[in-house]
Design a protein around this ligand. Structure first.
Ligand SMILES: [Zn+2]
Length: 86
């Protein structure tokens, strides 16, 4: 809204950002650089997973689906990351 300077919590671990110590990268805020690195790694993994999933889907779409009724259960979208609880 008006003065949304930065997020209140770390994008990676969800910890509240310290007033002075925080780390900004690619439009996201983290409590420390380590969290940014973690997020990067996670994003890379997610991207690879999404890629694999897409490839699998494409492969599936390439061949005719014999029994659509068999795969009736819908999977919920990936759950959002929650702050780690101790
Ligand atoms: Zn963090």
């Amino acid at each position: 809204m008006s003065i949304a300077t930065r997020a209140a919590t770390c994008t990676s671990c969800g910890k509240r950002l310290n007033r002075k110590r925080w780390y900004y990268r690619n439009g996201k805020y983290f409590c420390k650089q380590r969290c940014w690195v973690t997020e990067q790694e996670k994003a890379a993994k997610d991207a690879a997973k999404a890629d694999a999933a897409k490839a699998a889907k494409d492969a599936e779409a390439a061949k005719p689906a014999p029994a659509e009724a068999a795969g009736g259960s819908q999977q919920p979208p990936e759950t959002r990351e929650k702050p780690a609880s101790p």
